[in-house]
Write a protein of this length. Structure first.
Length: 272
């Protein structure tokens, strides 16, 4: 693990998460020595990772979240919005540039797709299909004529996505050029997954209706497995992520995904 005390917070937390998962736990004093930062900095990082639901704080350190809890817990939209906002903004900026004027674009529910939606306001003459109340609000709040928005309908989840038979039936009648898909977890074995089984089915319908699938997910989603698996990695055209993952994790991503784009904090990209 790096001893560079100038690491960005999100990079440092990625290293901490990797250490906790790899060793089955880590103590605060061990992390402070390896990262060359203060106890207070490590404790703040562990607090942030605990809010994200990927570690559980214990006396003197942290352990990985039990697998059963990680598979079924679905945080609400507001809770997820506070997690890795810088990474989501980097991802959104790069992903939105993939949308062409005049195209039909779909966005699933999620805080990263919500960030993508704000950048898509600059793309003219789009038709937007979404099952996200929050995403639809972005376009409705913008000036008239920015985009034609189709909101699927359905049952609302804690993350403000509309899912279930009504959403599935609507999506099944549509075809779009590009899908921006948010996920709870990405892994080699389970592919893309979510804790909500109805949302998993709705996401399957979105993928079937899309000519091109772009997954937008920050580095903490890699290796996370939720209850409902809904797509293999080879069904994804491109994963857009941030630069916070350790090199070994990034190499694993590139090995198993058809396309990987890493968005940098300065707006740069690294395509693999």
């Amino acid at each position: 693990m790096s001893d560079n005390h100038n690491l960005l917070a999100e990079q440092r937390r990625a290293l901490i998460l990797d250490e906790v998962r790899r060793r089955g736990g880590a103590r605060v004093n061990e992390l402070t020595r390896k990262l060359n930062v203060s106890d207070m900095t490590v404790r703040r990082d562990l607090d942030a990772l605990a809010r994200q639901g990927v570690v559980e704080k214990v006396h003197g350190g942290a352990v990985p979240v039990p697998e059963t809890e990680a598979r079924t817990h679905e945080p609400g939209f507001e809770a997820k919005s506070a997690l890795a906002p810088g990474a989501k903004e980097d991802i959104a900026r790069v992903a939105a540039a993939m949308a062409a004027p005049g195209s039909a674009v779909a966005l699933s529910g999620g805080t990263t797709t919500y960030a993508v939606a704000r950048h898509l306001l600059e793309v003219p003459d789009m038709t937007v299909v979404t099952n996200s109340v929050r995403v639809a609000d972005v376009f409705h709040a913008a000036k008239a004529g920015t985009a034609t928005v189709v909101l699927t309908g359905g049952v609302r989840t804690p993350s403000d996505a509309l899912v279930g038979p009504v959403a599935d039936q609507t999506i099944g009648t549509l075809r779009f050029d590009l899908l921006f898909l948010g996920v709870h977890g990405v892994s080699v074995d389970a592919g893309l997954s979510t804790p909500n089984l109805a949302e998993a089915e709705t996401n399957r319908r979105l993928i079937r209706s899309a000519r091109r699938v772009v997954v937008v997910a920050d580095h903490t989603k890699w290796g996370t497995v939720a209850l409902g698996s809904f797509a293999r990695l080879d069904e994804v055209d491109t994963l857009v992520t941030d630069g916070g993952a350790p090199d070994a994790v990034r190499a694993e991503m590139a090995e198993h995904l058809p396309g990987l784009v890493v968005a940098g904090g300065n707006g740069s990209t690294d395509e693999r």
